[in-house]
Design a protein around this ligand. Structure first.
Ligand SMILES: [Zn+2]
Length: 245
């Protein structure tokens, strides 16, 4: 279940958070996650202990980093990466999004954590399945992987042009009647549902997936949205994170 923590002002998945794993999807009330100092402030002001914060420099790729600390610095940036996996304790894996889908992964038996960012480019290239594949490659078991899909633009607001429609249709034709809808003469895509279906396709159990019900563009009070805010000075991005405590 996705639950809101009013003190931290984050949403989190009860499938993932327990005494050993701490994750969340920050709302815009926390701050603009693009500024590294805001992410540090969040952890420091709540007295949450951590060793290091990991910031991938996202490029809408399907590049995934298996992260291992190289030094004792409390910040590491990883160039050209949209997914990170780690087995280290105290390491906070993060992504930032505003309409794209943030997804958090864990295998609690093997202490493997992961996080990824996927907009339409990452989704059409099956980023979620690549994340699961990498986790399995380092020892995770498909039946033990738990996943939480965070706040993303809803099908209500995500209209796509003809080129993109056909690109998705070609790759995911079997899901057409689930992921596409027509509204007011426009084609709409359900990005979160597509990523959910890809996780199911790869063998993740339904009961191990938490799925976020809100639309970032509709819910202006809680979320930044690229489509809604990109032309204004109110634009920002939310950070999402997971760490093994
Ligand atoms: Zn919407």
């Amino acid at each position: 279940m996705i639950t809101y923590d009013p003190n931290l002002k984050i949403f989190f998945s009860s499938l993932i958070n327990d005494d050993h794993f701490f994750s969340g999807f920050a709302t815009k009330a926390v701050s603009d996650g693009r500024k590294v100092k805001n992410v540090f402030n969040f952890f420091q002001s709540q007295s949450l202990s951590f060793k290091k914060i990991i910031i991938p420099e996202q490029i809408h790729s399907v590049n995934i980093e298996l992260f291992q600390s190289k030094d004792k610095e409390n910040l590491e940036k990883i160039p050209d990466t949209d997914g990170i996996i780690s087995v280290e304790k105290g390491v906070v894996l993060t992504v930032v999004t505003a309409d794209c889908s943030p997804i958090i992964f864990v295998d609690k038996n093997k202490d493997i954590i992961g996080i990824s960012h996927q907009g339409w480019r990452g989704s059409v290239k099956r980023m979620t399945q690549k994340m699961v594949g990498k986790m399995i490659h380092i020892g995770a078991k498909i039946e033990d992987i738990k996943v939480a899909l965070g706040p993303a633009i809803g099908e209500c607001c995500y209209d796509i042009d003809e080129d993109r429609f056909y690109e998705f249709k070609e790759e995911f034709d079997g899901y057409s009647n689930k992921i596409f809808h027509f509204r007011g003469g426009k084609r709409h895509l359900n990005l979160s549902l597509l990523n959910y279906l890809l996780l199911i396709e790869t063998g993740i159990k339904k009961e191990n997936i938490d799925y976020f019900p809100f639309c970032t563009k509709c819910d202006e009070e809680r979320f930044f949205s690229f489509r809604r805010d990109k032309k204004g000075d109110r634009y920002g991005e939310m950070f999402s994170f997971i760490m093994k405590t």
